[in-house]
Ligand binder design. Structure first.
Ligand SMILES: Nc1ncnc2c1ncn2[C@@H]1O[C@H](COP(=O)(O)OP(=O)(O)OP(=O)(O)O)[C@@H](O)[C@H]1O
Ligand SMILES: [Mg+2]
Length: 400
């Protein structure tokens, strides 16, 4: 009999080689063999999942049947290329343990992510819970727009990140994913995906409700129907075609702006003749939901969630307007962004330093402060400014 071993490992460049791990053993025995595992919250899973820290970077390893890790790795790579919110594939291993051949998928641990159960434990996440179903509907729309059929949308197969008081959902389990071209995903397949989603999520919430008290009844009675409605509204909003006249070019800009406001970046704009007089049909194709994130990152280098970035971009635009007025000339956006970074963002974060926590990203902390500033300014009937908002925030929530 051949000795059990690592048969093959494929890792993307720029990552550790993972060669020091005992690949000839099943993942569930690694801890007993002395491998240091990180204790992190995770959703339910049929397959063994462990978290390891290599050179100060966190990775998730999932053991699967022979051949399955490579398939999931390829599917995640394609989704990453389409800039969809999913975990990042790092590599896969083909292994042989005493139980036979197996495979292990390696993904980068999704920083600051929360499994759904974390949203229902403790008080800190109460306000975020209300956004759970919207986040899932948004994720499904993004996948379908890109031609991706998930086939297993559930609460455990999704991770959540805080995004300016709301949530952004990420696909974590791509075992059942099928990738079609964006134009060719049949409506029947989308329908099937939604049926699976409704069934899984209703089941997940019923199980959760049996274990803990759920204060909001929507979770138990109407989650599936609500999800479908949110999905349909968003899908229609994005894919609707409009009829315009050739002299109504401004309506093309209007449509693009409306989609950008929802965070979607626009790729192609298509105009067709309708055959009815001089009317045109307008169809706008979206590429991904990173519009403000991309804008903020190219201007400041800050990596933020889409909603977080939108709030920060609003501040930068406000500064651009103020600087233009004061200097009596139009100031470039990059100058405003630099001013914001130096005079607002960085000094504010320095004041908020005592509230930093390892599980909360600084962009979210900053957005919480903006929310508080808005609240104080409403009460005072004028803009109280970042510094005053920080002092009040620290006084009221010293142990946040
Ligand atoms: N890259 C990652 N970052 C953070 N958490 C992760 C990552 N990969 C997996 N997890 C955690 O592990 C859990 C299980 O992962 P996954 O759903 O892929 O396993 P599974 O066994 O295939 O599930 P199923 O039972 O649905 O087949 C997830 O809910 C998530 O909490
Ligand atoms: Mg799963």
């Amino acid at each position: 009999m051949q000795a059990p071993s690592l048969v093959e490992i494929t890792v993307r460049p720029g990552n550790p080689d993972f060669l020091s791990f005992p690949w000839h053993l099943p993942l569930k025995t690694w801890q007993a063999e002395g491998v240091l595992l990180e204790e992190l919250p995770a959703g339910n899973s049929r397959h063994p999942v462990i978290f390891v820290n290599v050179s100060d970077q966190l990775f998730a390893l999932k053991e699967l049947p022979n051949g399955a890790a490579q398939r999931e790795y390829q599917a995640l790579l394609k989704m990453e290329n389409q800039r969809l919110p999913c975990v990042q594939p790092i590599g896969y291993a083909r292994t042989k343990t005493r139980f036979g051949p197996a495979s292990v998928l390696i993904t980068r641990y999704l920083d600051y992510s929360l499994p759904f159960l974390a949203l229902f434990t403790g008080d800190r996440m109460i306000s975020y819970r209300a956004h759970l179903l919207d986040a899932i509907a948004g994720l499904m729309v993004q996948l379908h727009l890109a031609g991706v059929y998930w086939g297993d949308c559930s609460l455990s197969n999704t991770l959540f990140k805080r995004d300016a008081g709301a949530l952004r959902a990420y696909l974590v389990d791509a075992e059942t994913v099928e990738i079609h071209s964006p134009e060719d995903i049949p409506p029947t397949l989308r329908h099937q995906d939604l049926v699976i989603m409704e069934e899984n999520i209703n089941g997940d919430l019923a199980d959760l409700g049996a274990e803990i008290y759920l204060p909001n009844q929507i979770y138990l009675t109407a989650a599936g129907a609500y999800l479908r409605l949110r999905y349909q509204r968003l899908w229609e909003e994005i894919t609707q075609e409009q009829v315009i006249h050739p002299n109504e070019h401004y309506r093309i800009q209007e449509r693009i702006r409306a989609l950008n406001d929802l965070g979607f970046s626009v790729g192609d704009v298509e105009l067709f003749t309708t055959g009815a007089g001089d009317q045109l049909r307008l169809r706008v194709m979206v590429t991904d939901q990173n519009f403000h994130r991309d804008q903020l990152q190219s201007l400041t280098g800050i990596e933020a969630g889409e909603r977080q970035a939108r709030k920060m971009m609003n501040e930068i635009f406000e500064i651009k307007a103020t600087l233009s007025k004061v200097n009596n000339r139009s100031m470039p956006l990059s100058v405003a962004a630099h001013h914001w970074l130096q005079n607002i963002y960085q000094p504010t974060l320095a004041l908020l330093k005592p509230l930093e926590r390892p599980d909360l990203d600084t962009a979210e902390l900053y957005c919480q402060l903006l929310e508080h500033k808005w609240y104080l300014s409403e009460q005072a009937q004028h803009d109280v400014g970042h510094q005053a908002a920080c002092s009040d925030y620290l006084r009221r929530f010293p142990n946040f």
